[in-house]
Write a protein that binds this ligand. Structure first.
Ligand code: ARG
Ligand code: GLU
Length: 718
């Protein structure tokens, strides 16, 4: 064969392999769109075993956990596995200073010891149905945008109501491909969910912020719960009489491990991706939005961090918030770098050029779609300054508690006015809610004042005078630009940022409301808030709608034109399947990151003495005894985590990671820093999902926590 031909075939193959890793597929469309590729990559089962509405299938063992994560059923008695960071708030809510399950971990040694978690629900998908024609079939081409939207909403409502009555399940309809398609989901939620086992934080969060979004990784990010149901196996509120739920399907667990190159699949509920953006949007995110947000968060984090380091009480106050702010700070930073590194804008431009060229062959399509890209360009120009204003509001001002506390009081005044005028009102309820917000539990006044100074300084330096509320300029003028002076005034004369003053205020709020309505912090923050609510948000909302409409047309055009490409819809918190393979990667020239880590790494990291790598003596003891049971790999190593090329995002936390036989080999919990750009553009060379090896999970259950009895209810494939 001639060399050119061989090269071409290799290239095509390479391209095929790349495509195989990208994508989050709707389970009911696997047969049509993905099963061939899955099989080529090693998958041994059928699409019906993944999703079937008539028979038990894998989908019956995957659920939404606590609203935003995924969990999987791993026993016939309703035992479920998810991440530690997903169970975190439920574990925290059960913990007290005396019984600190976060710190010490917990293992129920019998059903009686399983602890009910308030407000924790899990939701299963019963059926998914394409309802596009029912939603948009009756729309007339002559409809205006507004008529169209309201007809769509009305049709959705009708479908939801009818299906709920006929099926008895909860239902929702969601748009896909920006509203080119609509799917109906029937769901069933269980509300009696109990904590069974959690490792101590030192393991579940080992590496904490230092290691977050980082590979190589070593934390046992898992926790176990059990679903309870009534005697008929139906959902029920918590009751002593409830019994462990019998699932239609539960995942067998593999102790055989995996090798580099092995097929893997992730089944879960990814939250949000934007894979079909234009070059203008990617340029905007990478060069405007992400840098703005990252900068603002960096300053806030530095202030919190300095104060947290100095004082343990402050540390506890801010730790959870710090983690939340830091999580996406770090993600966006990785995203910017990844997009730059892979020349994302140029790639999108090339792609757009191909699209335009393809349109040239079809006059009708050309007429319909060729102007779209110019419209995107113009709309993003309009969007940029508004989005900057929005970010400076959301990330800057709203990040100051004093500001948030004070501005949130405005409903209180509205309800009080109604009350005083003898009208129907919710003043009492609003006041008691507001008192909870203003409990100052996680608030340190000097820290907040520092945040106020830093954020206002940044704000006034970066948002030009004609794009900000006048009150700010008047105040800055009055203080001759001295923001420290302004802060002194705001933090010594307001009742909204001072615990003692707030307490007094609540005692006579009704009587002296007029006085509190003149509180300087209140006046300032309410003015700023209404400037944003009334002046900025309507414009942003308008452009958001425009962009969605344009994206809808753009994706439609792409799908009509690029007939050979298989399209998967962006993540939208619905059930998806991603598949790829176990694989290492190179983060930069000369460095190759291995595809798995072992317990040796925990010990190594612990030896750095850094606080984030603290572990309890028990782990070191077991490590020294090499008491690894039959949870090791062939070399006798106890593996902790591995990486694979599955396309995942936030919401996939806790998702089952399965091998070619559909056996559980791990629990998804993160992505590598270099690869967080996959929310916008997936790159198979270095985008990896991070998975906790199920053998490490079982080792902790059995050897570390002494709850080996739980393994009896699991189906282990040895
Ligand atoms: N990065 C992971 C995710 O996006 C883990 C977040 C929780 N951990 C943390 N250190 N903040 O959810
Ligand atoms: N930690 C994320 C979550 O909570 C998963 C990581 C990601 O964004 O891929 O869903």
């Amino acid at each position: 064969m001639n060399k050119k031909l061989i090269f071409l075939i290799l290239l095509l193959n390479l391209k095929f392999i790349c495509i195989a890793d990208e994508g989050m597929w709707l389970p009911q469309l696997i047969e049509a769109l993905a099963i061939k590729d899955m099989k080529k990559n090693g998958f041994k089962l059928s699409s019906k075993q993944i999703y079937d509405i008539n028979k038990a299938s894998m989908k019956d063992a995957v659920c939404v956990f606590a609203g935003g994560c995924t969990a999987e059923v791993i026993s016939t008695k309703g035992l479920i596995l998810t991440n530690h960071h997903c169970g975190f708030s439920s574990i925290a809510a059960l913990s007290t200073v005396e019984k600190d399950y976060l710190k010490n971990g917990y293992a129920a040694l019998s059903g009686k010891e399983e602890m009910p978690c308030k407000n924790l629900t899990v939701t299963f998908i019963k059926q998914i149905e394409d309802v596009t024609s029912k939603v948009v079939g009756s729309l007339l081409p002559t409809y205006s945008d507004i008529q169209r939207d309201s007809a769509v909403q009305a049709n959705i409502k009708k479908i939801e109501t009818e299906t709920k009555i006929s099926s008895g399940y909860d239902v929702f309809v969601r748009p896909f491909f920006y509203g080119n398609e609509y799917y109906l989901f029937q769901t069933q939620s269980y509300k009696d969910v109990r904590l069974v086992l959690t490792p101590p934080e030192s393991l579940g969060k080992f590496g904490d912020e230092t290691d977050n979004w980082v590979w190589p990784r070593h934390n046992a990010d898992f926790s176990m719960f059990r679903i309870y149901a009534d005697k008929e196996n139906k959902p029920s509120e918590y009751s002593e009489n409830n019994v462990p739920y019998t699932p239609a399907y539960s995942f067998p667990i593999s102790l055989k491990g995996y090798n580099k190159g092995d097929f893997t699949m992730v089944y879960g509920f990814p939250g949000r991706t934007q894979e079909y953006l234009t070059s203008y949007a990617v340029d905007f995110i990478m060069n405007n939005q992400d840098p703005t947000r990252v900068n603002l968060r960096e300053k806030r984090l530095a202030i919190m961090d300095a104060d947290m380091k100095n004082n343990d009480t402050i540390r506890l106050m801010y730790t959870s918030r710090y983690a939340g702010v830091a999580n996406y700070y770090k993600k966006w930073k990785g995203e910017m770098l990844g997009l730059k590194k892979s020349n994302a804008v140029e790639k999108k431009q090339q792609f757009e050029q191909e699209f335009l060229t393809a349109l040239n062959n079809d006059a009708a399509k050309k007429e319909k779609y060729s102007n779209l890209l110019l419209q995107f360009k113009k709309t993003y120009e309009d969007y940029k300054p508004l989005s900057k204003q929005f970010d400076y509001f959301a990330e800057c001002l709203w990040g100051v508690d004093g500001f948030r506390y004070a501005s949130s009081a405005s409903v209180l005044f509205t309800e009080l006015k109604k009350k005083q005028e003898g009208k129907a009102n919710k003043f009492d309820a609003t006041l008691s809610e507001y008192k909870q917000l203003l409990a100052f539990n996680n608030f340190n006044k000097p820290t907040d004042k520092k945040l106020f100074i830093a954020m206002l300084t940044d704000y006034s330096a970066n948002i030009e005078s004609n794009y900000r509320p006048h009150i700010l300029d008047s105040l800055l003028l009055a203080y001759k630009g001295n923001i420290n002076g302004l802060a002194d005034f705001m933090y010594s004369n307001s009742s909204f940022n001072d615990k003692a003053k707030a307490k007094l205020m609540f005692e006579d709020f009704e009587k002296n409301a007029m006085l509190y309505a003149r509180d300087p912090m209140y006046v300032l923050s309410v003015d700023i808030l209404s400037y944003y609510q009334k002046g900025v948000m309507p414009q942003i909302n308008y452009l958001d709608l425009q962009i969605t409409d344009m994206q809808k047309e753009y994706v439609k055009g792409l799908r009509e034109t690029l007939k050979n490409k298989k399209f998967y819809p962006d993540a939208n918190s619905t059930l998806r399947v991603a598949f790829g393979k176990v694989n290492d990667y190179s983060p930069r020239d000369g460095v190759q990151n291995a595809h798995y880590t072992t317990i040796d790494g925990i010990i190594e990291k612990n030896k750095t003495g850094l606080e984030d790598f603290y572990i309890k003596p028990r782990l070191i003891e077991l490590y020294n005894k090499k008491d690894f049971g039959n949870y090791t790999d062939k070399e006798g190593k106890l593996r902790v985590a591995f990486i694979a090329s599955n396309h995942t995002t936030g919401g996939n936390s806790g998702s089952p990671v399965l091998n070619a036989n559909g056996e559980l080999i791990g629990t998804n919990f993160d992505r590598n820093w270099e690869g967080t750009m996959s929310d916008i553009m997936y790159n198979p060379i270095f985008c990896r999902n991070i998975v906790l090896d199920v053998r490490f999970t079982l080792w902790i259950v059995d050897k570390y926590s002494g709850a080996g009895y739980l393994l009896n209810e699991m189906k282990l494939a040895k």
